[in-house]
Unconditional design. Structure first.
Length: 135
């Protein structure tokens, strides 16, 4: 038995494949999904998503969003998602630095700008963490 995993962002379908298990970061902690999981709708929190496929773990960095589990299908709609092999550490470090610089002047930013820069910062930290763990 297997799961069908699909991860979609506003820009593209980032991942679509048959997998053995998936571990999703949610606002209440990580949840592991196996074939035959009960139906569930949950809020995804920006973080590291782990996929087990053919006995190997694949890592993805995902942004905030929602996950729906229905039978053996897992659908994730996220603000952003990137597979480990597409992560550019230099670009992530530059994005992290720009976000940190912007947040230093937070008194001049409105709430939506602060939220956007904090999201960029979280995404960059997750991406860098994923890449560095594999080195």
């Amino acid at each position: 038995m297997a799961l069908t995993l699909e991860i979609v962002t506003p820009e593209a379908r980032v991942y679509s494949d048959t997998v053995e298990t998936v571990v999703i970061p949610t606002v209440e902690g990580e949840i592991g999904i196996l074939p035959g999981h009960i139906p569930l709708l949950t809020q995804v929190e920006a973080g590291e998503l782990r996929v087990l496929k053919n006995g190997k773990t694949e890592l993805l960095a995902v942004g905030n969003g929602f996950a729906e589990i229905d039978g053996d299908k897992v659908s994730i709609l996220a603000e952003s998602a990137i597979t480990e092999e597409k992560i550019d550490v230099d670009a992530a470090e530059k994005a992290m630095q720009r976000a940190q610089d912007a947040l230093r002047g937070r008194e001049t930013l409105d709430a939506s700008e602060i939220e956007r820069f904090e999201g960029i910062l979280r995404s960059a930290i997750v991406q860098i963490g994923i890449k560095r763990r594999r080195i």
